[in-house]
Ligand binder design. Structure first.
Ligand code: HAM
Length: 429
């Protein structure tokens, strides 16, 4: 393995042979989001630490132990964003985006969490997220879930399942929480250290425990479902009814609580069994109280984010590589310095043409080899004679059509006939 400075653990390079699949996934998702009226928003990667601790929650794994937090030169505490929702809410309040309209936005980019790296879990990972503000009814919940179903279907992902839950309103959760704490306190001897620590700060997260010794205790704990207020219950039922009618299968999972504190009412996750322990590919829910909590006017909201690494690796495992975009043609020349002006002239005529050339020359034999490996359909040959005449030799690399010699104008007509999409792009500058 090569020596030298290496990347940070949990931070990955995405190499040129991988980017076509990333681009395929990203553009596919973007098309779906825009078809539902979402517009792109670009947000800073660094925000004040307080924004995340106040919105995600002081006693969450993310805020307690996973944030990349540092002091900048002014002594301000800043954090690399661990997710996109908090920044989106901050931006919406600051720029008055929530007044009047009902904005729908999407964003894409890297997020940072200091988790233990493993398959599907990285310290820098990429999300595409979408958020809707100002719509309080169950319609947008159902529409968003249907959109995520479409989005995964369009990517060709079949074996992902949908889980749903409702977390009710703040009051319902408070009543449930009181009952839960009382129940857990009555069984304090059966709690592990983690659960004891969370008993008063975040008892709901105890329900998420992976400790096998606590499963029985957790199974019998008071269930939030039984404390739900009537509005939340009928909101959730309405969402489920639309999904039933639309033929989207789901499972109601009363233990789905999510790892961020800002949720209320509907929460959902799309999960696969093909990625081992890190099976959630897309997750989200309603967060009706967050905008006000961060200092804005009360504004209902819902959103989700998907993990691009997880989606891409699912597609990779299915053998999908994404469209490869090799060159249309490859220039083979006797003297690249004299060839360059002719080649530039061709690029002027056909800006969409993907034309690769080997500036370091080398023998014709090695240049042809490289042309062949590039996947190009044609070699454009500029030997001594062609350079002197200002014409290109045209050799079909994939068929056995006779080699011809064409001046730049005839060559651009020929190329545009062969790839009609190039014809419309002619510009002169
Ligand atoms: P989240 O569940 O924390 O939600 O993350 C969403 C998705 O990001 C996960 O389902 C997973 O696919 C991916 N992900 C999370 N952590 C990692 C990691 N360490 N490595 C690789 N992928 C990861 C949120 O972030 C919320 N902001 C979603 C949301 C938007 N809720 C409302 N609006």
């Amino acid at each position: 393995m090569a020596k030298g400075i290496r990347s940070i653990r949990g931070f990955s390079d995405i190499l040129p042979e991988q980017t076509p699949l990333w681009q395929f996934v990203e553009s596919n998702i973007q098309t779906t989001l825009e078809a539902y009226g979402y517009r792109e928003i670009r947000l800073p990667i660094v925000e004040k630490t307080e924004l995340f601790s106040r919105s995600i929650g002081e006693v969450t794994d993310i805020v307690e132990k996973e944030m990349y937090t540092f002091e900048d030169r002014n002594g301000d505490s800043l954090t690399l964003r661990p997710e996109g929702t908090a920044g989106c809410v901050r931006c919406g309040i600051q720029n008055g985006l929530f007044h009047g309209g009902q904005p729908r936005v999407w964003y894409a980019g890297p997020m940072f969490r200091h988790e233990r790296p493993q398959k599907g879990r990285y310290r820098q990972f990429h999300q595409i997220g979408a958020e809707v503000y100002g719509e309080s009814g169950p319609g947008v919940d159902a529409e968003m879930i249907l959109m995520t179903a479409r989005l995964l279907r369009r990517l060709g992902l079949e074996d992902v399942r949908l889980e749903l839950n409702t977390l009710g309103t703040g009051e319902a959760r408070a009543a449930h929480r009181a009952a839960l704490v009382e129940y857990l306190q009555a069984h304090e001897d059966r709690l592990d250290d983690d659960a004891r620590r969370r008993l008063h700060s975040n008892p709901l997260r105890i329900l998420d425990t992976k400790n096998p010794d606590m499963q029985a205790l957790v199974e019998q704990a008071p269930r939030l479902m039984d404390y739900l207020d009537e509005d939340s219950r009928s909101h959730f039922q309405a969402v489920c009814r639309v999904l039933d009618q639309a033929g989207v299968a789901y499972r109601v999972n009363p233990r789905l609580v999510r790892g961020l504190d800002y949720y209320s009412r509907t929460v959902f996750e799309w999960i696969t069994d093909r990625l081992g322990a890190q099976g959630t590919v897309l997750a989200g829910g309603r967060y009706d109280a967050l905008v006000e909590q961060i200092g804005g006017k009360p504004t209902p909201a819902i959103g989700f984010a998907l993990g691009l690494e997880r989606l891409v690796s699912l597609l990779e495992e299915s053998g999908i590589r994404g469209p490869q975009s090799g060159p249309h043609a490859f220039v083979v020349s006797a003297d690249s310095l004299r060839a360059l002006p002719l080649v530039e002239g061709l690029r002027d005529r056909l800006p969409g043409l993907r034309l690769q050339m080997q500036t370091e020359g080398g023998s014709f034999r090695s240049q042809f080899k490289r042309a062949d490996r590039s996947g190009a359909a044609l070699a454009l040959v500029l030997g001594e004679e062609e350079l002197a005449e200002g014409r290109f030799g045209v050799k079909d690399l994939r068929g056995d059509a006779e080699q011809q010699r064409l001046d730049p104008e005839a060559l651009s007509d020929y190329l545009a006939r062969r790839w009609p999409e190039l014809a419309a792009t002619e510009v002169t500058d």
